[in-house]
Design a protein around this ligand. Sequence first.
Ligand SMILES: Cc1ncc(C[n+]2csc(CCOP(=O)(O)OP(=O)(O)O)c2C)c(N)n1
Length: 667
Amino acid sequence: MANAIRALAMDAVEQAKSGHPGLPMGAADIATVLFGQFLRFDPADPAWPDRDRFVLSAGHGSMLIYALLHLLGYEKMTIEEIKRFRQLGSLTPGHPEYGHTPGIETTTGPLGQGLANAVGMAIAERHMAAVFGGDLVDHSTFVLASDGDLMEGISQEAIALAGHLRLNKLIVLFDDNGISIDGPLALADSVDQVKRFEAAGWAASRIDGHDPDAVAAAIEAAKGCDRPSLIACRTIIGFGAPTKAGTEKSHGSPLGAEEIKGARARLGWDLPAFEIPPDVRAAWRRAGERSKGTRQAWLGRLAALAPDQRAELERRNRGDLPKDRIAVAVRAVKEKLAAAPKDIASRIASENAIEALTAAVPEMVGGSADLTGSNNTRPKGAKILSAADYGGRFIHYGVREHGMAAAMNGMALHGGIIPFSGTFLVFSDYCRPAIRLAALMGQRVIHVMTHDSIGLGEDGPTHQPVEHLAALRAIPNLLVFRPCDAVETIECWQLALEARGPSVLALTRQNLPQLRLEADDRNRCAAGAYEIASAPSGAPAPSGAPAQGGAADVSLFATGSEVTIAVEAQKLLGARGVRARVVSVPCFELFRARPAAERRNVIGAAPVRVAIEAAIRQGWDEIIGSDGAFVGMTSFGASAPAKELYGHFGITAEKVAEAALSKLKST
Ligand SMILES: Cc1ncc(C[n+]2csc(CCOP(=O)(O)OP(=O)(O)O)c2C)c(N)n1
């Protein structure tokens, strides 16, 4: 059975003229034991919620999972798909892609991410079991990780968190082959992984990964353990290849016809390419059917649930929101703000939003990377999710932004949970690889990122984001919100919950006046940009601008804390007889998605456009044009009180008015 994996991997890589045969050939024995004897899954329903999860963290070995899916009887993974490995539109892309190929639990390839996703999946499993009971939620998370996965820094964050939370249903099979791309691992690494995992609170053992009995015994022991388990499986990369096995030459390129011939002889596999003997195929099919009864029994238990409990579990697993409850919560927050406007920091407004929303949306599970009091992401009274109580809804992730972001992806992928969490916006760089994958996979994770500009003040330039908004806006399929006041903050939160992909909420440390005073059900931020203050009527327009977006001479565009500055500048310009309007732009991506005519209308026809954002200009030209004026940052910030910094860097209403007037003169 293991040789069937090896043969398919060799043949597919050879046909594609690219790919990685070494890992699937080396790890085939481990995978055969895991999928043949332990993993609970049903190819008839790849999304069965109580299936065991398997994460191929070393995504370059993708032919391992594709061969398994094919052999186990996943309907869509035909031999034709295997033959089309790495070709456009096939189900067998270079690295496994979530949502593209049924049976793939997460997109892997950037080493370390899969392992950290698996930690999130294991957290989600424990949490859902605490909420819905072990009868309905009781599965394990298995990972196949390589040397590369374990060398990446993110792996340390992931294993430390897993050990701390005592995620005993997380089992990592380490493909301990001692080879990476450059050659023997000894060139770059001398860590004792068993000791390292033990130090993080794991059970860890070392076995021969080509001995099926040893693999089975180790998995059996891990399943009974009270801690997460590492099984370091000593393997030979490219097992079976006559001259390339055990060397980096089998890692990432086709073996070549001669070598494949030799491997076939060694493995006793004398069939043509892509052919599987009927008895081996039958044995794999039987393995694929092992858990059918288990799934049926689970369906029976689900059917026996009280209707409301069943509906709730199914709703959460589908990822459907309790929209009515959210609408009521949002309306209540807005009504309160309209009745008693609040000049508060948007991080505080976010805390208020979280209080209201988490009460309405039980699947929201919050957290922070050791900045709970600064990010304001812990709702009052929220219990901590810990090894002693997995039912808690707030996670102290520790100072582990990267591991946190990747674990959040795993929680979202697992289903039943909407993870949200916090750190400073400047540390979005520490989360970026995981945020990018959330965007690629379309996973609903919500990153609350506070201290969003020089407005954080005295902590200085190390902590003041300057290029981060632009860098985040550059990620496709990510919504970057920067609300200007408490009302926009609850609206952006609602939009982030409704999104099917990830969101970042960039929020201030400093107080902001409440600019939006109305209370209605309209979510104005949904447009991405909208006129928050129209041009004053009455005064004649000196430039005679047409009456679009209000007869204005100047359109001022801003986000977050700078919308207030734009509104002040509007007044200064008004005093000079210049009619300015202010457009708040809480979300570039949503604005870009609006019809062209609507966008034109919001951008307006005023001859002068000025954008204000305490960040770099990059990205703004799509709104203000290359001839628009920009008031923002062109350098790193500095350490001083916030007010002084705004003056020092020239991000003030006066400077905005000056920029507008000078542009008006030159038009
Ligand atoms: C974050 C990241 N850096 C670099 C790579 C490129 N890369 C792919 S596999 C690999 C290392 C291969 O060694 P190992 O993980 O031991 O896999 P094996 O050789 O056993 O297949 C590298 C550096 C990557 N995929 N992800």
